[in-house]
Design a protein around this ligand. Structure first.
Ligand code: ATP
Length: 317
């Protein structure tokens, strides 16, 4: 596979996730602050006779995936969809093999599928030596899913619309995280449905001029990120989906409590969950919190990670 292009792509956590009311078209407006974390999938794309996808679990210490057998390897895999979309855009047959090494938790609220789609776009653009600019790739990414543009970009960013309209956010220094991976995944649409149910907002009606306080601009968090003060960032972490994720997986309450008891500054459900993300004061604290959480038996696996890190990038390996 010497002619393969390899791309490394990070997971994400939402430091702020404000969810507007259910819209008539079935979507919700979001105001979110993403940060890319140092847990990566590796995606290798190589010329082949037909389009194929393989997914393997990284069996090393870094593995975050409980089981990759739930991930489709047909054209519904988000990486395959990315290859088909880019092929259609440039008028080429996507005859390539896509080999994914999974470390990002599956159905864990860390945008694993979106990451693989972004990685495939970057890899194919390099393999086909396309003269395509970043804006075109971002547009294709947005068509594949609302988290895909952020997986391309990485760093720390404010997302609006469905989360796909991004502007960079200045984040001084490095933040140290501990991630508690759950035994079972949560389906993102199911978590949104649960939020609508809890809000009793199933009418699909959004009153005209409605200003939803839950999607208000996360100014305080953005200032805290600029200051580089992890304590200030911790006090402004917010996720509107947390209530719904906890309603569907009540044991996550115990996980969140255990992380804070172990010394984390704050804990939050990552995106639609069920991964719980704990912000720690520094790297030493993160290692200690991870060790204590592992011993507490409240998670399937525990990882440390730092952020922000860059988005999907070609690697030499
Ligand atoms: P998000 O945080 O973007 O809401 P998630 O991290 O919770 O998503 P994913 O790991 O992206 O969830 O997986 C959700 C579902 O998407 C999986 O259960 C799987 O069936 C499907 N899927 C399709 N392609 C992929 C892929 N390349 N990697 C993982 N899951 C994929």
């Amino acid at each position: 596979m010497s002619d393969a292009v390899r791309v490394r792509v990070p997971a994400k956590v939402n430091l702020h996730l404000g969810v507007g009311p259910l819209r008539a078209d079935g979507y919700h407006d979001l105001v979110t602050v993403f940060q890319a974390l140092s847990i990566y999938d590796d995606v290798a794309v190589a010329p082949a006779t037909t389009l194929s996808v393989s997914v393997t679990r990284d069996n090393g210490r870094g593995s975050g995936s409980r089981d990759v057998s739930d991930i489709p390897v047909d054209n519904t895999n988000l990486a395959a969809r990315a290859a088909i979309a880019l092929g259609e855009y440039v008028g080429r047959e996507p005859a390539v093999s896509i080999d994914i090494v999974k470390r990002i938790p599956v159905a864990g609220g860390m945008a694993g599928g979106s990451a693989d789609a972004a990685a495939t776009l970057v890899a194919l653009a390099a393999l086909w030596k396309l003269d395509i600019d970043r804006a075109e790739l971002v547009e294709l990414a947005a068509g594949l899913g609302s988290d895909v543009p952020f997986s391309l970009r990485g760093g720390t960013a404010l997302g609006t619309g469905r989360g796909e309209q991004l502007v960079p956010v200045l984040a001084r220094g490095e933040l140290h995280w501990v991630l508690a991976l759950a035994r079972d995944g949560l389906s993102t649409p199911a978590v949104y449905r649960e939020l609508d149910r809890l809000r009793d907002n199933g009418s699909h009606e959004v009153p005209e001029g409605d200003v939803d306080p839950e999607t208000a601009h996360p100014d305080a968090l953005i200032s805290a990120l600029a200051s580089g003060d992890a304590h200030a960032v911790a006090s402004h972490l917010h996720n509107d989906l947390q209530r719904a994720a906890l309603s569907l997986q009540p044991t996550l309450r115990r996980t969140l409590r255990a992380g804070v008891d172990a010394g984390a500054l704050a804990g939050i459900v990552s995106g639609s969950g069920p991964t719980c993300a704990f912000l720690c004061a520094d790297e030493v604290s993160a290692v200690n919190v991870a060790a204590e959480l592992s011993g507490a038996g409240v998670a399937r696996a525990v990882r440390t990670a730092s952020g922000p890190v860059p988005g999907a990038r070609v690697t030499d390996e």
